[in-house]
Ligand binder design. Structure first.
Ligand code: GUN
Ligand code: ZN
Length: 427
């Protein structure tokens, strides 16, 4: 089945940091979709045919769907928990909430709510931490598979420094992860991420098991947290006294590679930066979370200069919004405090093609190239009275994008398509 989706179409083919020839914008554009994939993008007049069903989104902008490279599925009821920094926040709010995911029926209900929230906010792919219970990952994968929505997810492996209801063992963590990989990795659009939560909650024995899984499944991502908070770093190094630094723990267990996603990566030592660059490991910037938990200011420019690719992500529930637009808003401000700039073109490249490249998934998602999945977001820069008033003074595409980047949220998401299917009510 073919359909034509009409609007003002924007997609990136290069990083705006590298070249001025980075995007293609069609004011009178359209996207031809067949069986969930993009067949062509062109001017509307070049693609229109009398027999084609059409959806007209003018005057809105159509971009590739947003990609969130770090989010915690079992924290949908943790977001906006008051007053604590990382370790207290985990102990007080997060671990008790994640314990609920072993209760029958809880994970499937939350998975539906979680995926609805993602698509309501324009996010079509997420890289998600699940709880320690394999049922949580099972529920998320099942719900995403039913929607044909690309998820990268894994159950956290954690065997110490948390309440018993959220702990596994090195063997159980390995076996449960392995079973989930066998069942879900490569099933439809689902991909598995091996997920040792962070060094504090894994013994060296469990880290070794995570390394073994990564060796046995080089095609799987690995996700964890690195150097988010100063107390976290001190505690981590006390638990691994042999380690040269925090990254060294992941390094000695064989986890460093371009498949490794290191959430936060804020307080890094020069050796860590050099090793991340040499191994192609990715940093993931989580601006709303870093501000909310008082963690620190990510050095995007410094990591980039060192040759490290960074993703950007919400980190809900440490993060305070599901919106990648709000994530860009806070990211812009953090980079301001660092004396760095986030231009609107770079910002929208980052949450689409940039994040897809950080995941090595840019053949399927993140652009509107023919052959890509038709995961799309339709953006309304006049979604609120304040935005509409501001838009009356916007003269360029870049100004419009910046208004979305700073003032936008789920109200600006006019529609979200997952594999060609509209996810919000139409009409
Ligand atoms: N470090 C280990 N677990 C977590 C988590 O759930 N959220 C954040 N922000 N950092 C973590
Ligand atoms: Zn996180």
């Amino acid at each position: 089945m073919q359909q034509l989706i009409r609007g003002r179409v924007l997609s990136f083919h290069a990083d705006p940091h590298d070249t001025t020839d980075n995007h293609r914008y069609r004011e009178y554009g359209a996207i031809l979709v067949e069986d969930g994939r993009i067949l062509a993008v062109d001017d509307y007049t070049a693609l229109a045919r009398p027999d084609l069903p059409e959806i007209d989104h003018r005057p809105h902008l159509i971009l590739p769907g947003f990609i969130d490279t770090h989010i915690h599925f079992p924290q949908v009821q943790v977001i906006a928990s008051w007053g604590a920094q990382l370790l207290d926040w985990l102990n007080t709010y997060t671990f008790p909430e994640e314990a609920r995911f072993r209760q029958q029926g809880h994970a499937p209900a939350m998975a539906d709510a979680f995926l609805n929230l993602l698509t309501d906010h324009g996010t079509t792919t997420a890289v998600a931490f699940c709880s320690v219970h394999p049922e949580s990952a099972e529920a998320l994968f099942s719900a995403a598979h039913a929607r044909n929505m690309a998820m990268v997810a894994g159950k956290v492996m954690m065997d110490r420094n948390a309440p018993p209801e959220v702990l596994d063992t090195p063997r159980q963590g390995y076996d449960d992860s392995k079973a989930l990989i066998d069942r879900w990795h490569g099933t439809g659009r689902q991909r598995y991420a091996i997920t040792p939560r962070f060094a504090i909650t894994s013994t060296p024995e469990q880290m070794a098991m995570a390394g073994q899984l990564a060796r046995e499944h080089p095609d799987c991502h690995v996700q964890t947290h690195l150097s988010e908070n100063l107390d976290e770093i001190d505690f981590t190094l006390s638990l691994y006294p042999q380690a040269r630094d925090y990254l060294d723990i992941y390094e000695t267990h064989g986890l460093l590679s371009p498949k490794l996603l290191l959430g936060h990566s804020i307080h890094l030592r020069p050796r860590e930066i050099a090793r991340m660059a040499e191994t192609g490991s990715r940093a993931v910037f989580c601006p709303t979370s870093n501000l909310f938990l008082g963690s620190g200011l990510f050095d995007k420019g410094g990591l980039r200069a060192a040759g490290i690719t960074s993703g950007i992500a919400t980190d809900v529930g440490g993060g305070t919004s599901y919106s990648m637009l709000q994530t860009l808003n806070e990211g812009y401000k953090i980079l301001q405090l660092r004396g760095q700039k986030l231009t609107p073109l770079s910002a929208f490249h980052w949450i689409t093609r940039g994040n897809a490249m950080a995941l090595g998934m840019d053949r399927d998602i993140g652009t509107l190239d023919p052959g890509s999945m038709a995961d799309l977001v339709v953006l309304d820069a006049r979604a609120t009275p304040a935005m509409a008033l501001r838009m009356d003074r916007a003269e360029t595409l870049e100004q419009e994008l910046f208004i979305l980047q700073i003032m936008g949220d789920d109200r600006s998401i006019a529609q979200t398509y997952v594999a060609g299917r509209a996810m919000k009510p139409t009409g």
